[in-house]
Design a binder for this molecule. Sequence first.
Ligand SMILES: [Zn+2]
Length: 102
Amino acid sequence: MSEICFDCLNEIFGGNEDAKDYVLSDDLELCENCGEYKIVVITRRDFRYYFDKFRWITYPIFIISFPIILLFAPLIRFIIRKKLEKEQAERKQKRKTNQNGD
Ligand SMILES: [Zn+2]
């Protein structure tokens, strides 16, 4: 993100931006749009910002969950296949009883 002040950002995005949604610099820096020294916008407070801010907890969860998903994926696939086979067998049985009824 290029460094621009909040006033310029508001002008560019139509004036409906909330300062709470953005991380602003502590010191005055050169705004690349108006050329004045102002408090500039560093980043937007979005998912990625919070993911990075709380990385001491989000990163380990992310790293730990990956092998767990890999381990459980075949098991879940097995359960789903069993369920589908059961449903198919039931459907076949139902069709058979319908044919006998006619
Ligand atoms: Zn500016």
